[in-house]
Ligand binder design. Structure first.
Ligand SMILES: Nc1ncnc2c1ncn2[C@@H]1O[C@H](COP(=O)(O)OP(=O)(O)OP(=O)(O)O)[C@@H](O)[C@H]1O
Ligand SMILES: [Mg+2]
Length: 125
């Protein structure tokens, strides 16, 4: 069990899936994975687009930063990922960008630490 703000968490997922749908070609697959890694829950969104240039992997989380000139023909402001990072960090997690090992496509990973005293469903606070 994780303790997250559901509205913020949904917005994070929405922004990542919106990007995958926007920057990868039509009819390609978006893969969403979740797993446990030690004391954290991991969640990744991967696409089959052209990925992110290595020098931009950190900068894409800056406000208003867009990688390619051509990205400006697509609707957007360059705020989605900076909002994702702000929300994930506000909930105690981290978010990173990478490219698929040995293939094309972006890979975004959210890491949320599991609280030491996990919440119990139905318990009043
Ligand atoms: N899945 C992806 N594949 C390739 N490039 C990406 C991907 N996701 C983001 N980017 C690059 O990172 C930039 C920043 O993404 P971000 O979501 O912050 O802004 P946006 O999608 O341009 O606009 P907004 O999210 O505000 O509608 C994008 O403009 C694009 O250049
Ligand atoms: Mg976006």
């Amino acid at each position: 069990m994780l303790r997250v703000d559901p509205v913020l968490f949904e917005q994070v997922l929405f922004n990542l899936i919106d990007n995958a749908a926007k920057y990868a070609p039509e009819d390609t697959t978006i893969t969403i994975r979740g797993w446990k890694d030690g004391d954290a829950i991991m969640l990744s969104v991967a696409d089959e687009g052209s990925g992110i240039p290595p020098n931009d992997l950190e900068r894409i989380f800056d406000s208003f930063y867009r990688v390619r000139k051509g990205d400006h023909v697509r609707a957007g402001t360059g705020l989605g990922l900076s909002i994702c990072r702000g929300f994930v960090e506000a909930m105690g997690g981290t978010i990173t960008a990478a490219n698929h090992h040995g293939g094309s496509g972006g890979l975004f990973t959210v890491r949320m630490p599991v609280p030491k005293n996990p919440p119990i469903l139905g318990e009043n606070e």
